[in-house]
Design a protein around this ligand. Structure first.
Ligand code: NAP
Ligand code: GFB
Length: 335
């Protein structure tokens, strides 16, 4: 699949008329090189440059490339293993980013902000399924408490802005996201991109394919293209300050082993694979309810997991040279 297959281009005929004018949006996709949002001055400059009326706030540390950030192993990205390692950095830097984005949005009279949280904001011990009312009922799982506390404070901050200034700042809570353009680093990434890369190299080089942990934990995954559509819905239709969970149904949890099996199929790997049970499993499960989303949106068709995974694998294989693959040990480098 080419890059174009992931690009959404919408042609609006009659776009200069009454109706067309009402739906004319200008999108600005900022990245860290436009301004490091940990720096309040950089945030101000970015907002002064583009004068946004609405903000979808996705920037987060835990997902950084190309930023001047010195960590012990000189690299930075997300997923369970990175979150376990850099709790303070992820707490401090995400708190700075979120505060700068919200305060600058307030100062420049942005009409609406949607900040992206994650299901890791939920308490570790709470009655399942997770839903929007349970965020603050207990501490998050210890494996990523730094990142989780920074993210859950956005919900508190949104309410405070609303109560003091009437601001329309809200948040979205996606489950584990995957798709083209992900960070496919071998170790410091989320499970799907990390395993896709490992499986690809195992097939290419005839090396072992090893899955971290027991394979038993359960997760809900959302395809990035489905999530994009839900963000647009939220921007247009959603008026609450409280967050909304953006997820497939809680009955669509799948195990890490099922993920590995789907990856083996999508990559066409024919060897055996094994589990490294010395490595962490993280939370066993964190099923999230999408009942609120479905009640509000009415109906939404999620891309079937296998189809989304195949599209992602095809994109990764075809774009290996330009994908975010991190450092590949020399012995594993494809010819
Ligand atoms: P990603 O692929 O790593 O992208 C992160 C984005 O944030 C990049 O555009 C990056 O810019 C920008 N950024 C990072 N630090 C910044 C800084 N200091 N200043 C300005 N921009 C900065 O991450 P993603 O997976 O799309 O995640 C997007 C959002 O979804 C995040 O808030 C994340 O917490 C949330 N989320 C992700 C998942 C998941 O499974 N991926 C699940 C739940 C929630 P550069 O590319 O220039 O570095
Ligand atoms: O995507 P992931 O890192 O994040 O998945 P979480 C971790 C699960 O996949 C654990 C297993 O059970 C791991 O043992 N796993 C197997 C692997 N092989 C691999 C691999 O090669 N790489 C990775 N990363 N995992 C994240 C939070 O939790 O959820 C983030 O840490 C964020 O903060 C995200 O909230 C949505 O689903 O465990």
């Amino acid at each position: 699949m080419s890059d174009l297959a992931n690009k959404i281009v919408i042609l609006v005929t009659g776009g200069s008329g009454l109706v067309g004018s009402a739906i004319r949006w200008e999108w600005i996709f900022a990245r860290s090189s436009e301004g490091d949002l940990r720096d309040p001055e950089a945030a101000k400059k970015l907002f002064e440059k583009y004068k946004p009326t609405h903000v979808i706030h996705l920037a987060a540390l835990g997902n950084l490339f190309g930023i001047d950030l010195i960590l012990a192993d000189n690299s930075v990205v997300g997923g369970l293993f990175k979150n376990m390692k850099y709790k303070l950095t992820f707490l401090r830097d995400n708190t700075l980013i979120n505060d700068n984005v919200l305060q600058t949005s307030h100062e420049t009279k942005v009409k609406k902000v949607i900040s992206c949280l994650s299901t890791c904001v939920f308490p570790d011990r709470v009655q399942y399924p997770l839903d929007e009312t349970k965020i603050h009922l207990g501490p998050p799982h210890e494996s990523n408490f730094g990142y989780a506390h920074a993210k859950r404070m956005v919900d508190v901050t949104n309410h405070a802005y609303h109560e003091e200034f009437g601001s329309s700042f809200t948040s979205a809570i996606p489950t584990n996201v995957f798709g083209p353009h992900d960070n496919f680093d071998l170790e410091d990434s989320h499970v799907i991109p990390g395993l896709l890369h490992k499986c690809y190299l195992a097939k290419k080089n005839g090396t072992p394919f090893t899955v971290a942990g027991t394979g038993k934990p359960l997760r809900q995954f959302i395809y990035s293209r489905d999530l994009a559509k839900l963000f647009i819905w939220q921007l247009r239709e959603y008026d609450e300050i409280d967050p909304v969970i953006l997820s497939v149904g809680e009955n669509e949890e799948i195990s890490i082993k099922q993920v590995a099996d789907a990856i083996v199929k999508a990559i066409g790997f024919e060897g055996d694979y094994k589990f490294d049970t010395t490595r962490a499993d993280g939370q066993f499960r964190k099923p999230a309810s999408n009942a609120k989303l479905l009640r509000l949106i009415g109906n939404f068709t999620f891309t079937p997991f296998d189809q989304a995974l195949e599209e992602t694998a095809a994109w990764f294989v075809q774009n290996y040279d330009k994908a975010r693959i991190g450092q590949v040990p020399k012995a594993n480098e494809p010819e």
